[in-house]
Ligand binder design. Structure first.
Ligand code: HEM
Length: 444
């Protein structure tokens, strides 16, 4: 039986449009061909999946068969691996597992909860910056502000602010490097990596800034002999109990870059998207105000509605809207036979809008996350943090941070669009409002 999907010519004809807007392309394919369809491009089978059952088949039941996409081409790094090296986000199998074991202690639930007051301090500095813009009646790009604060929180909680020095912020350098690799990965034609260009020079400079900051930080930390209990210490001292293997300095550098790369823009986008929706919905905002006015933001677990707003944001605008895996041996997806080497695209954005699983798929509706609605839902209909063994190591961190910051912002300010709200999103590594979020701020 021929699987559903565009024929080879139709698939090739769609490539230019698809490369301009991947999400619209996957949406269109889903509407045309259904929950699972096949594309054959350049001799490769790709299965595009938009149903929670397929998420379970790939990420849970098929975890030994479906592995992360190998980010090397002809023995050279490719994609995220160009910027982040070999690390938690770019490896799989045994190499990945021992890293995950080394790094897990930094994300222990109690330890993360104890970081709330540090997150709050960084949040207060963001409020001061927003207050100053409000007094001067200057518009702000709210996305830049949320990025600033989430980057600051990673620096303070994970690295005791030790890595950012006169040379600039490591997080900015990681962003610059990731922007370049993501552009290369989605380009129709790419110049060989060795060919000089303005963008390549900027990438090289960003990589030097990361290396200088991280290797310098490692040396200072070793010299000072100080033992904090942040991620940097955990990375420097972690040792595999069975083999005695430790992380090399290069591996530590890669994990630091990974945590910056994975750990701030995602949450920053979620916060900006939350305001993008709240600015358009007075009723939801009033309900949010009722809660945050009566609750100390540090009591994050009491911020029940605030958390529902955040959860709904992660459904409606997932910062990681799709993910990929490769079949390492022949397997099946539903009724379809899948050849070894085939790729699967897990379109989380479609799953999150699947009409069989969501009451109002195309509406921003925090009541999707009442305890009753959540309990009744398919377990894999909601996966902003992925699922299975690679599930986001920072999910708990992000949920505490996101809820806290959303409450602090809602308590203090009114946000209004400074110009027409961006309708479209851009997906470069993560999904964000295409032109940032120009916003007017005033005190409540
Ligand atoms: C709203 C915020 C966030 C979202 C939506 C998000 C999303 C995700 C997703 C979908 C994955 C799975 C990737 C896969 O299956 O291949 C992932 C993995 C990961 N995330 Fe997050 N993330 C967020 C915040 C964070 C934070 C705050 C950190 C660290 C401080 C972090 C660090 C990581 C790391 C290291 C991995 C790789 C895990 C592994 O493969 O073992 N993320 N994230």
């Amino acid at each position: 039986m021929r699987p559903p999907g565009p024929g080879r010519l139709a698939a090739v004809a769609r490539i230019p449009r698809f490369s301009r807007d991947h999400l619209a392309g996957f949406r269109n394919g889903w509407e045309t061909y259904g929950d699972i369809y096949h594309i054959g491009v350049a001799g490769r089978d790709i299965w595009v999946c938009s149903n929670p059952d397929q998420m379970r088949e790939i990420l849970i039941d098929g975890r030994d068969v479906w592995q992360r996409i190998d980010q090397t081409r002809k023995g050279r790094p490719f994609g995220l691996r160009l910027a982040l090296g070999e690390g938690l986000l770019t490896t799989d199998g045994a190499e990945w597992l021992w890293r995950r074991r080394m790094i897990n202690p930094a994300f222990h639930r109690e330890l993360v909860r104890s970081m709330t007051s540090t997150m709050y301090e960084a949040g207060e500095e963001m409020l001061a910056r927003l207050g100053s813009a409000a007094r001067q009646e200057l518009p702000v790009n709210l996305l830049s502000e949320t990025k600033h604060v989430t980057q600051d929180i990673i620096s303070r909680t994970m690295f005791s602010s030790d890595l950012d020095d006169a040379g600039g912020k490591v997080g900015d350098a990681v962003d610059d490097a990731l922007r370049y690799v993501s552009k290369r990965a989605s380009a129709l034609f790419e110049l060989p990596f060795t060919v000089p260009s303005r963008e390549k020079r900027r990438f090289d400079a960003a990589m030097r800034r990361i290396d200088d900051a991280v290797y310098g930080g490692i040396e200072r930390r070793r010299r000072s002999g100080a033992v904090g209990h942040d991620l940097l210490d955990i990375l420097l001292t972690a040792e595999d109990e069975e083999t005695g293997r430790k992380l090399t300095d290069e591996q530590v550098r890669n994990e630091v870059a990974t945590i910056y790369g994975a750990g701030h823009e995602t949450t920053a986008n979620a916060l900006a998207w939350a305001w993008h929706e709240l600015m358009q919905n007075r009723e939801l905002l009033e309900r949010l105000h009722e809660e945050v006015d009566a609750t100390d933001p540090l009591d994050v677990s009491d911020l029940v509605y605030t958390r529902m707003v955040l959860d709904e944001t992660l459904r409606f605008r997932p910062p990681v809207p799709f993910n990929g895996r490769v079949a390492t041996s022949p397997t099946a997806l539903g009724d379809h036979d899948v050849a070894a080497g085939a790729g699967a695209v897990l379109v989380v954005n479609n799953v999150h809008r699947h009409p069989d699983h969501w009451e109002r798929p195309e509406t921003f509706y925090p009541d999707h996350f009442t305890p009753e609605a959540s309990a009744a839902r398919h377990r894999y209909a909601y996966l902003p943090f992925g699922a299975g063994q690679h599930m986001c190591i920072g999910s708990n961190f992000a949920l505490i941070e996101g809820t806290l910051l959303l409450a602090m912002m809602a308590r203090t300010f009114i946000f209004e669009p400074a110009s027409a709200l961006p309708r479209r999103s851009a997906t470069a590594v993560t999904m964000k409002p295409r032109s940032g979020l120009p916003t007017l701020v005033s005190p409540r």
